[in-house]
Every structure is written in structure tokens, then in C-alpha cells.
Design a protein around this ligand. Structure first.
Ligand SMILES: Cc1cc2nc3c(=O)[nH]c(=O)nc-3n(C[C@H](O)[C@H](O)[C@H](O)COP(=O)(O)O)c2cc1C
Length: 341
């Protein structure tokens, strides 16, 4: 290695330590995940929303939280409400916080609303401030330089908040849909239960998948064992297509119980959803759906995605485990270790 390259890698190591890792990691966890809990602070006494919130849109970044109607209501001008992410263990480490301002309400039922909040700030506690700064400064510069060429134009504030949102592991599922033109299947992870039989997910408005689901009004979500993770990544291009090329789908498919949609036979669970409301927000369309059926076919852990900074925190400085996670993640996403790594 030349002297210049050596000194460059020395400086990088000094600045970033071992935190130059992918933003998105894949890991297998039980469903529902139990390792992170999420609370709302700033609306009376804090309350648990781990399984009743979702990212509704990335640009602008909007978070939806489902709440009982009689809960203390956020009003415009209210001091910021915050969504706090904690380790679900005795120590209850605070891992991150997203500060929110109320935007609008969507009625879910006579007792419950989905409150949409815009993101006004965030703090990530998974890395030290210095390491975060090392990531944030070039990220903000690159964002500023390339923002016009990005498909989803997120501000630096929104990117940081989404890194916090993905501290809570999100299941990676395959969404199946059927329209007159054919059947499609594609990976999804921007989603969350809203509780009380409701579920929400967000799809990019600029991709075909969002419009297919809007037409079809029903969808099956299949949770995936690690053995199907690479297949899910390979199907990402289907977000752009009207229907899947089923000769190229790399698994055996069966049918979902109520809607008869094509789902992987090896899926660990299948949730069928009937879309009740479609809300265009910005880069993403938010779908609010009623859960029609929920089938758990395996106790095996299923694929989740989580943010790299949280993964780093989770391993508490254990380099060996970090390298093993990096290798596992590559294999999960590609099926085998890519030749160049
Ligand atoms: C693991 C994974 C999860 C994804 N989840 C979503 C999602 O929840 N919503 C969405 O609109 N797109 C989702 N996508 C699609 C990507 O945002 C992107 O549109 C897709 O990979 C195709 O890339 P392209 O749009 O740049 O061609 C996902 C892709 C992958 C690989």
C-alpha cells in the first residue's frame, strides 16, 4: 500500500473507528421483535407505542402514531412531542429520540386516531457525538451536492431522524398483490402495526408498486426466514413493474388463506390486509389497512432490518461480532459472499 493510501486509511480509522458500516443491516429476530421499545413523551404520562406507529413518508418525513381519542391531544404550538427509543432491558438505555410537531389526524375508528407528525429534530445516542459528527458532516455535504439527483429528496434532518426510526428493528416482508394485469411481489419494510386490527405501510409514489396496491386494495405480507432474505432483495426491482416474472421468482409459492395471493411457501407468517385509506403525503403514499387474517406458520426468527449505528451499539464494541455481522449481512443480502469482499 502506498504511503498516501496508508495515511488516508489511518485518518479514516481515527475519525470513524469501526463505524464505517452499512446503514441498513439484516438480522433474524422473533416476531414481534422484543429488543427495542418506543414511548411517546410530551403528551401526559409517557406511553408505549412500539407496536402502534410507523413512518408514513420519508420526504417530508412524517411519522404516524395511533392513539386513543381520549388521550391528551397535541395541538399546533404544543411543545415538541418526542418519540423515544429504549433498549428493552433492565438498564433501559435511551438509544434515540425523534422530536415531532403535530400535523393532522386520520380517524381509524370511533375510539382511535392516527396522528400524523412532522419531524422537527432528532438525537441519536447509539454513537458518541464525535463519531456522529464524523458521519453527519460528509453526509450533509453529499446531500447538498447531490440532492437534485436523488429520487427521494430527504433533508439532513430527515436522514438523521430515519436513522433513529430504524433503531426499532423493522420486519422485512414480501408484499404480494394482484391486479387485472397479473400478480406482483416485492420487498417492504417501511411499515408498522397501528394496533386494534389496523396496519399501515408506505410505498414510494414514483414506483409502480404503490399504484398497484391502490388499485388492488388488498395485499398479503409474508415474513421471511433468513433463507429467503437474498430472494427478497433480488425482487426489489419489482417495485418498478406491473407484475412479477414468476419464472424468475426464486422460491416455491403457495396461496394466502383469504385473498389467494401468491406467497412463499417457506414464509414464517402471512398477514392479509384490506386497504381502507390511501393518503398521498410526499415522496411516499401512506396506506392504512385493516388486518383480515394473520397466520403464524413458524416460531423461527424472521428477517428484520435495523440501522448500522444501532447495530454497532448493540454489539457494545465487540469487533469480532461486528465483523461476523458484516459477513452475515452480505450473505443475507446476496445469498453468498460477493467475490470482491
Ligand atoms: C429490503 C428492501 C425494502 C424495501 N422496502 C420498501 C418500502 O417499504 N417501500 C417502498 O416504497 N420501497 C421499498 N423498497 C424499494 C426501494 O425503495 C427501491 O424502490 C427499490 O429497491 C428499487 O430501486 P429503484 O427504485 O432505485 O429502481 C425496498 C427495497 C428493499 C431492497
Amino acid at each position: 500500500m502506498s504511503i498516501i493510501r496508508q495515511s488516508r486509511s489511518f485518518v479514516k480509522r481515527l475519525v470513524y473507528g469501526d463505524t464505517l458500516i452499512p446503514q441498513e443491516f439484516t438480522v433474524a429476530l422473533p416476531i414481534p421483535q422484543q429488543e427495542v421499545v418506543v414511548f411517546v413523551h410530551g403528551l401526559g404520562s409517557p406511553f408505549d407505542v412500539t407496536d402502534c406507529h410507523t413512518t408514513a413518508c420519508c420526504a417530508p418525513m412524517v411519522i404516524g402514531i395511533s392513539m386513543d381519542r381520549n388521550r391528551c391531544r397535541p395541538r399546533r404550538g404544543h411543545p415538541p412531542v418526542s418519540l423515544r427509543f429504549f433498549e428493552n432491558a433492565a438498564a433501559r438505555h435511551l438509544l434515540g429520540e425523534i422530536r415531532l410537531a403535530p400535523q393532522s389526524l386520520i380517524a381509524l375508528s370511533p375510539e382511535r386516531d392516527l396522528v400524523l407528525f412532522t419531524v422537527v429534530g432528532s438525537t441519536n445516542y447509539c454513537l458518541s457525538r464525535l463519531r456522529l459528527l464524523a458521519h453527519y458532516v460528509p453526509q450533509a455535504f453529499s446531500n447538498w451536492r447531490h440532492s437534485t439527483s436523488f429520487d427521494v429528496r430527504m433533508s439532513s434532518l430527515e436522514i438523521r431522524a430515519s436513522q433513529v426510526a430504524f433503531i426499532r428493528p423493522h420486519p422485512l416482508v414480501l408484499g404480494s398483490v394482484s391486479t387485472g394485469a397479473g400478480e406482483n411481489i416485492f420487498p417492504m419494510n417501511l411499515m408498522g402495526s397501528l394496533g386494534h386490527g389496523y396496519f399501515a405501510f408506505a410505498l414510494k409514489d414514483s414506483r409502480r408498486a404503490a399504484h398497484l396496491v391502490e388499485r388492488a386494495r388488498c395485499l398479503a405480507l409474508s415474513s421471511l426466514p433468513l433463507s429467503l432474505c437474498a430472494a427478497a432483495f433480488r425482487l426489489a426491482a419489482n417495485h418498478q413493474r406491473e407484475f412479477a416474472d414468476w419464472t424468475q421468482v426464486p422460491f416455491l409459492a403457495g396461496r394466502s388463506p383469504e385473498f389467494g395471493l401468491p406467497v412463499p411457501l417457506a414464509a414464517g407468517g402471512i398477514t392479509e390486509l384490506a386497504v381502507e385509506r390511501v393518503q398521498r403525503i410526499g415522496s411516499h403514499t401512506l396506506f392504512i389497512a385493516k388486518v383480515i387474517s394473520k397466520l403464524l406458520t413458524s416460531q423461527e426468527p424472521q428477517v428484520h432490518t435495523l440501522h448500522g449505528f444501532y447495530l454497532h451499539w448493540r454489539l457494545r464494541g465487540d469487533r469480532e461480532k461486528l465483523y461476523a455481522s458484516l459477513r452475515d449481512d452480505l450473505v443475507n443480502k446476496h445469498g453468498t459472499m460477493p467475490a470482491e469482499s
